[in-house]
Design a protein around this ligand. Structure first.
Ligand code: ARG
Ligand code: ZN
Length: 874
C-alpha cells in the first residue's frame, strides 16, 4: 500500500515530553519510555491513540502511573493501540525489550564492533519504542543511559549532559542527557561504547563556548584532525554566510564502521560512517578529504536546515536535504576552487541524477507517493533539490535570496513545515509569483531545451528560438513548462562580451534570462557584430541544453569563454557528440577516426598554464561511459561505448604524448597536504599518467609501477594501482599484493583495493570478484565493503555489469538477495543499479529483465527491495 501526499492529516495527539531510560545489554536491552501525551485539540481528545512500532516486544505499559488492563490496549510488533485514552493530558510508560546485537538492519538501536548506536531517520525510532514516529511530532527529550562501565565507558545522547555517575552496588554506570530543543523522533540518537575522544572547542559569534568532540575507535585518534578542522570551518561559515549560530553547549560526532549511509544529523550528536571522518595521507585520497569536509559541513548545517526547522512529513524530505546540499556545496565552493567544485557537482548530477530522472525510478523532487521512504533518499531529492535552491538564488538574485532565507529562519524556527512554506518566503522577499517555479518540485524528468539562433546583421539582432520539453515518463505522460533561468553572455569573435541594447521575449535580470514557456523567441538588439551565445553559464538550471552551435563554435567557447563551467561544458558537449559518432561506427563494424580538431583542443587545455591544474584535469576527463549511454537512451551497447572511449583517449594520448610526459613528470612539491591546490596538481599529474598508460610501452609500465612503489600518499598510490590493474600491466598482481599487505589493518583503505578490482573493465573481473568475496578481509555484512565490491562493480563497470551472458547482473542480484534478509536498505541500494536496463540493446536487456523477474519472484523480499524491483519492471 502506498502512502500519498494528499492523505496527510495532522497528528491527533502531541507528545510534549519524553523521558527515556535505556538499560543497555548486548542482546537484552530494556527501554522505558515515559511520554507526556495530549490531544491536538478537542475534536481528537479521547479518540484511540495509535502508536507506531516495528519489530517491537512490549514488556510493560502504564497509563497515568497505573498498569493498563489487557483489554484497554492492543499491542503487536508493528503498533500499539490505546483504545480509550483520557480526554485530558496523560502519561504513558511503555517498556520494550530490544536485541541490539542481532539488529542487522542497522536501523533503530544496534550494536556494531561492540558499540551501541542508533539510526532513526526515517522510521527507525519505532524500532526502539512505540511512538508517534512522524516528523511533525516534536518533543523535548531527556535520556538516561545505563550500561556496564567496562563495556561502555562512553554514554552519549542528544543535547547537554545533565548528570552522570556510578550505579551503587553494581558494575554499571549512567548518564543523563537533556535536549531542550523540541525535535522529531528521527533526530533522536544514542551511542554507548568504549571509544576514544578527540576534543576541541569553538566560540560562537555571540561568544558562547561549545565543546567539540569526535569519538572514534581507540587507536584512530590521529585520523580526526581534518574532520575537526572541517567542523570548525563549517561552524564559522554558517555564521558568516547564513547568520546561523550553534545552540547547545556541546557538539558530539561519533564515527562508526557499520553504517548504511553517509552520516546522520541527530541533534547535537551526529553519527557518521567512519569513511567520512577518518583520514591521513597514508589511507585517504584527496577526494576522501574533500568528501569529509563536505559531509561534516552537510550534517552540521542540518542543525538549522532540518533540525531547528524540520519536515512536516517525508514528502518534504528535500526541504531539508536539497537546501542542505546547496549549503554544503556553497561551503566547499568557498573553501576550494568555486569553478572546480561546480563542475564536479554537475558531473555527479549528470551521471547519477539524470539517468535516475530518465528511467523507471524517476520521481519528482517532492514525490507524491511512496511505498518505502528509505528508497527516496535519492540523487533527485538531494542533488536536483539543491539545484532548485540554486536556481532560486540565480533567478531572484543574491539579495532577495538572502532575504527569503532570513524570513524562512525567522518565521519557521521550531516548526515542522513544507516546501510551500519555504517557497512562500522567497515569494514575499522577491515580490515574484513563484507558482510556476514550484513545478520544479512536482514534475519528474530533466527538461530538454533546444536553441536555434539567427543573427541579422542589418537589423543588428540576434534571435534565439527556444523550445523546452520534458520527455514522457512512467506515471507522467506529459509535463508543463518549467521556469528556467539561463545565465548568459554574448561573445564576439575575439571573445569580448557584447552587451545588448535591449532584450525582448524573456524576463531578464542582469545576466540571467528566464524561460517560462514551451516555445519562446528571445531577441537581443543592438548587436553590431556576429556573436556566439554562451548559455547556461555555471549550469544555471538542471536541464539538458541542445545548442545549434557547430564544432568550431564549441571549440571557440572551450578556449575563450570567461565562464569556466561553460569552457568545460563545451569540450564535454563536443566529446559527447564525438563519442556517440564513434560508437555508431564501431557498432556497425566500420573504421572510425577521432576528430582532429577536438583532439587538438585537449592539447590546448593541457598546455594552458593560465588554467588551474584541477580544472585542466577535469577538462581532460571525457564524459563517462554512463553519460554516453544516457545520451544514447536506447539500444545501448556498453562494449561499443567503451571501445569508442578508448579510441578517443588514445588519439588524445598519441597526439600530445610529449606534453603528457612533461605533465606526468612534474611532481607536486613539498610534503603532502590535502588542500585544493595541491590536490589539483596531483589530479593533473595522475591524469597525464593515465593518458600515458594508454599508449606507452614497457617504459611507461615501469614508470607507473615506480610511482606506485614510491608514492608517499594514498592519492598517488591508488591512482598508480588503478592504472596497473585497469590496463592489466605486468606489475599489477605484485602491486595488488603489496597494497593488501600494507593496508590490511585499514578496512577503509582496503575498500579502495576492492573497488579498483571491481571496476577493472576486463572479462576476468567477475571471476576475480567472486573470489574476493571469500577474502578474509572482505565482510559481506558491512555496508562499506559491499559498496566497495558490489556497488562499484554495478555502477562503475558498465561493460562487465552488463555482460551479454547476464553473469554480471546475476552477481549483483545474488549479492542483493544474500543481504536482503539482514539489511534491506543495502539490498535495495544494490538493486537500483538495474534502473537503466531498458535502454540496453536487446540481448542484454533480456538478460537483465529475466534476472529482475527471478528476484521479484523470490519469496520474502523486503519491502525496500520489492519496491525497487517492481518499479524497475513496471
Ligand atoms: N539525513 C541524512 C543525511 O542526509 C541521511 C539519512 C538517510 N536515511 C535513510 N533512511 N536513507 O545527512
Ligand atoms: Zn542530509
Amino acid at each position: 500500500p502506498a502512502i500519498r501526499l494528499e492523505d496527510y492529516t495532522p497528528s491527533p495527539y502531541r507528545i510534549d515530553r519524553v523521558h527515556l531510560t535505556v538499560k543497555l545489554a548486548p542482546t537484552a536491552t530494556s527501554v522505558e519510555a515515559k511520554l507526556w501525551v495530549r490531544a491536538a485539540d478537542h475534536t481528537t481528545a479521547g479518540t484511540p491513540l495509535v502508536l507506531d512500532g516495528d519489530a517491537l516486544t512490549l514488556t510493560g505499559l502504564e497509563l497515568n502511573g497505573l498498569p493498563l488492563l489487557q483489554n484497554a490496549f492492543m499491542a503487536t510488533p508493528a503498533r500499539l493501540d490505546i483504545k480509550d485514552p483520557p480526554s485530558g493530558p496523560f502519561t504513558l510508560k511503555i517498556t520494550t525489550q530490544l536485541d541490539p546485537e542481532n539488529n542487522t538492519a542497522l536501523m533503530g538501536l544496534y550494536r556494531s564492533s561492540g558499540t551501541y548506536c542508533t539510526q532513526c531517520e526515517a522510521e527507525g525510532f519505532r524500532r526502539i519504542t512505540y511512538f508517534l514516529d512522524r516528523p511533525d511530532v516534536l518533543s523535548v527529550y531527556t535520556t538516561r543511559i545505563e550500561a556496564r562501565a567496562s563495556e561502555a565507558p562512553v554514554l552519549l545522547s542528544n543535547g547537554n549532559l545533565l548528570d552522570h555517575g556510578k550505579i551503587a552496588g553494581t558494575d554499571r554506570h549512567f548518564a543523563v542527557w537533556h535536549d531542550p530543543h523540541p525535535k522529531p523522533s528521527y533526530l533522536f540518537a544514542l551511542v554507548a561504547g568504549d571509544l576514544a575522544r578527540v576534543t576541541d572547542s569553538f566560540t560562537t559569534m555571540s561568544g558562547r563556548p561549545v565543546a567539540l568532540n569526535i569519538y572514534v575507535e581507540h587507536g584512530r585518534e590521529g585520523l580526526c584532525d581534518w574532520a575537526m578542522d572541517s567542523l570548525k570551518r563549517s561552524m564559522r561559515w554558517d555564521e558568516t554566510v547564513f547568520g546561523r549560530e550553534y545552540d547547545l553547549e556541546v557538539f558530539n560526532i561519533v564515527a562508526v564502521s557499520d553504517f548504511n549511509m553517509g552520516a546522520m544529523e541527530n541533534k547535537g550528536l551526529n553519527i557518521f560512517n567512519d569513511k567520512y571522518i577518518l583520514a591521513d595521507p597514508e589511507t585517504a585520497t584527496d577526494q576522501d578529504y574533500a568528501n569529509i569536509e563536505a559531509v561534516i559541513a552537510h550534517e552540521y548545517f542540518h542543525n538549522w536546515t532540518g533540525n531547528r526547522i524540520t519536515c512536516r512529513d517525508w514528502f518534504q524530505l528535500c526541504l531539508k536535504e536539497g537546501l542542505t546540499v546547496f549549503r554544503d556545496q556553497e561551503f566547499s565552493g568557498d573553501m576550494r576552487s568555486r569553478a572546480v567544485k561546480r563542475i564536479s557537482d554537475v558531473r555527479l548530477l549528470k551521471t547519477h541524477q539524470f539517468p535516475e530522472d530518465a528511467g523507471p525510478l524517476a520521481h519528482p523532487v517532492r514525490p507524491r507517493k511512496y511505498k518505502e521512504i528509505n528508497n527516496f533518499y535519492t540523487a533527485t531529492v538531494y542533488e536536483k533539490g539543491a539545484e532548485i535552491v540554486r536556481m532560486l538564488k540565480t533567478w531572484l538574485g543574491d539579495g532577495a535570496f538572502r532575504d527569503g532565507m532570513n524570513l524562512y529562519f525567522r518565521r519557521h524556527d521550531g516548526e515542522a513545515t513544507t516546501i510551500e512554506a519555504f517557497i512562500a518566503c522567497f515569494q514575499e522577499a522577491s515580490g515574484k509569483d513563484l507558482t510556476q517555479f514550484f513545478r520544479w518540485y512536482e514534475q519528474a524528468g530533466t527538461p530538454k531545451v533546444t536553441v536555434r539562433s539567427a543573427y541579422d546583421r542589418k537589423a543588428m539582432t540576434l534571435t534565439l528560438h527556444l523550445n523546452q520539453t520534458i520527455p514522457p515518463l512512467p506515471g507522467q505522460p506529459s509535463a508543463q513548462p518549467a521556469v528556467i533561468p539561463l545565465r548568459f553572455a554574448l561573445l564576439d569573435e575575439r571573445g569580448q562580451e557584447v552587451i545588448p541594447a535591449r532584450i525582448d521575449g524573456a524576463e531578464v535580470r542582469g545576466d540571467v534570462l528566464t524561460l517560462d514557456r514551451a516555445r519562446q523567441t528571445v531577441t537581443f538588439h543592438g548587436i553590431d557584430r556576429p556573436v556566439l551565445p554562451s548559455l547556461g553559464r555555471g549550469f544555471s538550471a538542471p536541464v539538458q541544453l541542445e545548442l545549434d552551435q557547430n564544432t568550431q563554435d564549441f571549440l571557440f567557447l572551450a578556449s575563450h569563454d570567461a565562464d569556466p563551467f561553460n569552457r568545460w561544458q563545451s569540450l564535454q558537449t563536443l566529446s559527447t557528440r564525438e563519442l556517440i559518432r564513434l560508437t555508431g561506427h564501431i557498432r556497425a563494424g566500420e573504421p572510425a577516426e577521432p576528430d582532429r580538431d577536438l583532439v587538438q583542443a585537449f592539447g590546448g587545455v593541457l598546455g594552458d598554464d593560465a588554467l588551474e591544474p584541477a580544472f585542466r584535469a577535469l577538462a581532460l576527463t571525457l564524459p563517462t561511459e554512463l553519460d554516453i549511454a544516457r545520451e544514447l537512451g536506447q539500444s545501448v551497447d556498453p562494449d561499443a561505448i567503451h571501445a569508442a572511449q578508448r579510441l578517443l583517449l588514445k588519439a588524445i594520448a598519441t597526439a600530445h604524448s610529449t606534453a603528457f610526459e612533461t605533465a606526468a613528470a612534474s611532481p607536486v612539491p613539498g610534503p603532502y597536504s590535502p588542500d585544493a591546490k595541491a590536490a589539483g596538481q596531483r589530479a593533473l599529474v595522475n591524469k597525464a599518467l593515465g593518458y600515458l598508460a594508454l599508449t606507452g610501452g614497457e617504459e611507461t609500465a615501469r614508470l607507473i609501477a615506480r610511482r606506485f612503489e614510491q608514492a608517499d600518499n594514498m592519492t598517488d598510490r591508488i591512482a598508480a594501482l588503478t592504472l596497473l590493474v585497469h590496463h592489466d600491466l605486468a606489475d599489477a598482481p605484485k602491486a595488488l599484493d603489496a597494497f593488501r599487505k600494507r593496508h590490511a589493518g585499514s578496512p577503509l583503505a582496503m575498500d579502495k583495493w576492492f573497488q579498483v578490482q571491481a571496476t577493472a573493465p576486463s572479462g576476468a573481473t567477475l571471476a576475480r570478484l567472486r573470489a574476493l568475496t571469500r577474502d578474509p578481509l572482505y565482510d559481506a555484512s558491512n555496508p562499506n565493503r559491499i559498496r566497495a565490491l558490489v556497488q562499484s562493480f554495478a555502477m562503475g563497470n558498465p561493460t562487465q555489469f552488463a555482460r551479454k551472458d547476464g553473469a554480471g547482473f546475476a552477481f549483483v542480484a545474488d549479492s542483493a538477495l544474500a543481504i536482503d534478509g539482514r539489511n534491506p536498505q543495502v539490498a535495495s541500494m544494490l538493486l537500483t543499479s538495474f534502473r537503466s536496463w531498458r535502454s540496453l540493446e536487446t540481448a542484454r536487456a533480456k538478460a537483465a529483465e529475466s534476472i529482475l523477474k527471478r528476484v521479484f519472484e523470490t519469496g520474502n523480499l523486503s519491502r525496500d527491495s520489492a519496491d525497487i524491483v517492481e518499479r524497475c519492471l513496471q
